[in-house]
Design a protein around this ligand. Structure first.
Ligand SMILES: *Cc1c(COP(=O)(O)O)cnc(C)c1O
Length: 192
């Protein structure tokens, strides 16, 4: 427990995340994404006056899931497991590197959950967090960043420009067992 709170502090420093953020140590990014989106689901329904833990999904108001066309498959799994329905996803066009094209993001609102990516699995590309997060925050949208291997770019003087603006998101998922090459299984969810 002590180690976790020390590491939580280190992670917040490395990723330059808001001080009120908390970390959960899980089995990998699949589970970290599930946890981040579970928090997103809770808060988004709460904003609409619906206590998802008490009332469940039956008769719940509609919420929106907005993701890039190159989102990782585990994001889709989490959406399915959380009962949000893959068919409800609003897909956003991406460029040739798999980056969300900011102008293609639909009008967001407080019923939306936006999922961005730090490190596209084939190209390594990062979404334009700074610009996109400003817009999404203004709209009251929850932002999750899937940074399984890429979030660690924040620890490199040379690469950290790629993560500019990640601190404006609400939840983040990252692996220990990829970039850091820790033993399996090691993933982390961070949540504002
Ligand atoms: C690997 C990866 C995941 C899933 O991570 P696991 O640790 O295998 O559960 C999710 N998103 C991205 C971008 C990944 O590279």
């Amino acid at each position: 427990s002590k180690l976790e709170s020390v590491v939580e502090m280190w992670l917040k420093q490395i990723f330059n995340l808001p001080n009120e953020s908390v970390a959960g140590f899980v089995s990998g990014s699949s589970m970290a994404i599930l946890c981040g989106l579970a928090a997103a689901r809770f808060r988004t329904f709460q904003k609409l006056g619906w206590d998802i833990n008490a009332k469940g999904l039956i008769n719940a108001p509609k919420i929106r899931i907005v993701i890039g066309k190159h989102a990782h498959g585990t994001v889709l799994k989490a959406i399915a497991l959380l009962g949000l329905g893959k068919d409800n996803i609003e897909w956003v066009d991406v460029d040739e590197q798999g980056r969300i094209i900011p102008d293609k993001i639909p009008q967001l609102d407080k019923s939306s959950i936006l999922i961005l990516q730090a490190g596209e699995v084939n190209s390594g590309a990062f979404d334009a967090f700074d610009e996109i997060c400003d817009k999404a925050r203004k709209a009251g949208t929850w932002i999750h960043i899937d940074g399984a291997f890429g979030l660690w770019a924040a620890a490199s003087e040379k690469l950290k420009h790629l993560t500019k603006g990640i601190e404006k998101a609400d939840s983040w998922s990252v692996d220990g067992h990829k970039t850091l090459n820790t033993s399996y299984d090691s993933g982390i969810v961070l949540c504002r």
